[in-house]
Design a protein around this ligand. Sequence first.
Ligand SMILES: NC(=O)c1ccc[n+]([C@@H]2O[C@H](COP(=O)([O-])OP(=O)(O)OC[C@H]3O[C@@H](n4cnc5c(N)ncnc54)[C@H](OP(=O)(O)O)[C@@H]3O)[C@@H](O)[C@H]2O)c1
Length: 240
Amino acid sequence: MARTALVTGGTRGIGEAISIALKKAGYNVAATYAGNDEKAQAFKADHGVAVFKWDVGDPEACTAGVAKVEAELGPVDILVNNAGITRDGMFHKMTFDQWRDVMRTNLDSMFTMTRPVIDGMRERGFGRIINITSINGQKGQMGQANYSAAKAGVIGFTKALAQENAKKGITVNAIAPGYIATEMVMAVPEKVRESIVATIPVGRLGESDEIADAVLYLAGDKAGFVTGSTLTINGGQYIA
Ligand SMILES: NC(=O)c1ccc[n+]([C@@H]2O[C@H](COP(=O)([O-])OP(=O)(O)OC[C@H]3O[C@@H](n4cnc5c(N)ncnc54)[C@H](OP(=O)(O)O)[C@@H]3O)[C@@H](O)[C@H]2O)c1
């Protein structure tokens, strides 16, 4: 029977590519999103992936949301914690709201989304948890003290959870993308983009598909010996 994969923030950007790749590989896929109904419905119509709306920062919504996904698609075998936001600003000007919003969506979500699926994975003796962190959680980034802290937290969470669940057939890994050619990155002025590309040894931005391919590998049976790792995919921009 096909395994079920849940991708948070799976309707846009990198998450969209991950959802499509998992679907093409034969998984039952649930893609979640926060509020952009128009994009989510278009994505569902184009790719035949089931979409679900809830806030990954809200523990009760996550528990109810996972229950709904499991009732419709079956137990979640693969969780891709991808949803994330930025609220950039220099720390000396940062508000607590900017800090808290980023922590809530990017780091609290590791708890709120993983907690409802972990018992089932342990009982069934199989699970794949793949957490999307960032180059900026590895190296730090000016103007992103909140985001860098949250994304570094994701790596610590990944390492601890990997150790706790290794004997239960569950692997837990992180992927740390560098600059990926998503809508957000392509929207910045060309000159700024060129200056970013100049810092990337491979000489180009990454593609969402390159992150999706790594998720596919980590989700599969062949990656059973890979756990607690952070896979850096950044064109050599930062070698951790
Ligand atoms: N883009 C990059 O270059 C890059 C580099 C390194 C790491 N990353 C990380 O990769 C992940 C995906 O980034 P992206 O650029 O593809 O993002 P994106 O295009 O902005 O898409 C974000 C997705 O997350 C959903 N989302 C946001 N807040 C949410 C919440 N509170 N609850 C539920 N869903 C929520 C959005 O839903 P709506 O559509 O409803 O808003 C959307 O589906 C993030 O964790 C990001 O930090 C990105």
